[in-house]
Design a protein around this ligand. Structure first.
Ligand SMILES: *Cc1c(COP(=O)(O)O)cnc(C)c1O
Length: 173
């Protein structure tokens, strides 16, 4: 559904816009211990508190993430596959994480490296976006196309989130 795809100046811009829209002072942005560096940068830039969940063997731990969800948790980020560790969670594990989160919490699946995964039990998360109203999948042309200077990322969103991103993004991004 093209109406639910929002393009950005790299997916970094979309990550920053999601945090800008949904988290601020007093709110928590939760991610895995060795998760992508953009999450704490954008959280702090918006006055939100970055919170990490410990990993096991450099791999995101679904139970550890769920344990750190509080009423203040506004967004949970999962880079799948993750950068810099290269670890990946199965479709089932990601689904379990989505199932365990309160509906008041936005779940952002950052699938910047989706095109590189060969295992059969992996999904970038589009079906989770389609079946819920609190899941977003971000993707990028940067890695698979080795874009050195061009910036093009995209987010597949529930319509309510696409509407918000389209209202707050720069009109000429
Ligand atoms: C590279 C990367 C991004 C951002 O890429 P853009 O160039 O801004 O599209 C986001 N998440 C992860 C995990 C990455 O490795």
């Amino acid at each position: 559904d093209a109406a639910r795809v929002v393009c950005g100046n790299g997916s970094d811009e979309l990550i920053a816009l999601l945090i800008h829209a949904y988290a601020g002072p007093g709110d928590e942005v939760l991610y895995s211990q060795y998760g992508f560096l953009m999450y704490p940068i954008a959280a702090k830039a918006n006055g939100a508190t970055p919170v990490t969940a410990p990993e096991k063997d450099y791999r995101a731990d679904v139970d550890a993430i769920l344990k750190r969800v509080t009423p203040r948790t506004k967004i949970v980020f999962l880079a799948n596959p993750n950068n810099p560790t290269g670890s990946v969670l199965s479709r089932e594990e990601v689904q379990r994480l989505a199932d365990g989160l309160p509906r008041t919490c936005l779940f952002v699946i950052d699938a910047a490296y989706a095109e590189y995964v060969v295992s059969n039990d992996y999904s970038a998360g589009a079906e989770l976006v389609d079946s819920r109203d609190n899941v977003v999948m971000t993707r990028t042309f940067s890695k698979i196309h080795g874009l050195a200077g061009l910036r093009l990322g995209w987010a597949y969103c529930p319509s309510n989130v696409a509407d918000v991103l389209n209202r707050i993004r720069g009109p000429f991004n």
